[in-house]
Design a protein around this ligand. Structure first.
Ligand code: NDP
Length: 253
């Protein structure tokens, strides 16, 4: 597979401090894209940017919090000053905080809604003009949203997380009606179990044990496996939109 459609692109990857976002950034940079790395942990982003540069790639560390309007706008301005307009946005930052609905964890619900849904929207808002301009200019333009199989498959105690991901999947479908006619592709990716830091934020010992059991029984994708899928979709010729991708470990039903 040739990824010549990635060379020379300018990408923004949210949640690039770890896991899938980090792997996507590394992969896109290896294929010749300039990559802006967004997340809150500046030290992690600086380390990743150095690693990418050491490998001959171009990367910019941008500390940003997707739950904060001003932070996302400042990030966009810094990306523009350094790299100019972007043509590939990977909306990946997310948190998974499961608990029984009866626990009434408003704090977790707010964090998931504000990161996984409103955060995705803030990033779309910041970069829509860039993507539309790239499409109008005859260049390849991509919005890639990282959703989850949880958008379709219900798991007990994951109702709010699943609802945020269902919102991302719906948003991707719906945005194609606005972006497609403007030559901006929208790709929605729904990974299954993937080995990252995501599960380390679960604060219930019982649910952590349950998750660990699933990882042991089923195995997991690596973040690099998911990054390969992102690179494949964004590397396709500009008239081809691989719009919905479900990627799971082989043993996960
Ligand atoms: P990680 O926890 O490793 O990565 C999440 C990333 O999001 C981190 O880089 C984190 O960096 C960033 N992030 C979290 N909150 C914010 C915020 N407020 N502002 C900016 N960045 C933020 O997990 P994954 O790599 O697994 O998660 C990536 C995406 O993949 C998520 O959307 C997740 O829902 C989805 N997914 C994961 C699956 C899995 O099994 N791992 C399965 C299906 C979907 P920092 O803390 O520095 O801000």
């Amino acid at each position: 597979m040739s990824y010549e459609n990635l060379s020379g692109r300018t990408a923004v990857v949210t949640g690039a401090a770890s896991g899938i976002g980090e792997a996507v950034a590394v992969r896109l940079a290896a294929e010749g894209a300039r990559v802006a790395l967004l997340a809150r942990r500046a030290d992690r982003l600086r380390g990743l940017a150095e690693k990418i540069r050491a490998g001959g790639g171009e990367a910019l560390a941008v500390a940003a919090d997707v739950t904060d309007d001003a932070s996302v706008e400042a990030a966009r301005d810094l990306v523009h000053e350094t790299f100019g307009a972007v043509d590939l946005v990977v909306n990946n930052a997310g948190v998974m905080l499961p608990n029984p609905i009866a626990a009434g964890r408003l704090d977790e619900w707010r964090r998931m809604l504000d990161t996984n849904v409103a955060g995705v929207l803030r990033v779309i808002r910041a970069f829509t003009a860039d993507l539309v301009a790239a499409g109008a200019g005859g260049r390849t333009a991509d919005l890639v949203n990282v959703s989850s199989i949880g958008a379709h498959i219900p798991f007990p105690d994951y109702a709010v997380y699943g609802a945020t991901k269902a919102a991302v999947t719906y948003l991707s479908q719906s945005l194609r009606t606005e972006f497609g006619p403007q030559d901006v592709r929208v790709t929605n990716i729904e990974p299954g179990l993937t080995e990252t830091e995501l599960r380390t934020h679960v604060d219930s010992a019982e649910l952590t044990e349950q998750l660990d059991g699933m990882f042991d029984a089923i195995g997991a994708l690596t973040a690099t496996d998911v990054a390969d899928v992102v690179a494949y979709a964004a590397g396709l010729p500009r008239h081809v939109n691989l719009r919905q991708i479900i990627v799971q470990p082989t043993r996960q039903a």
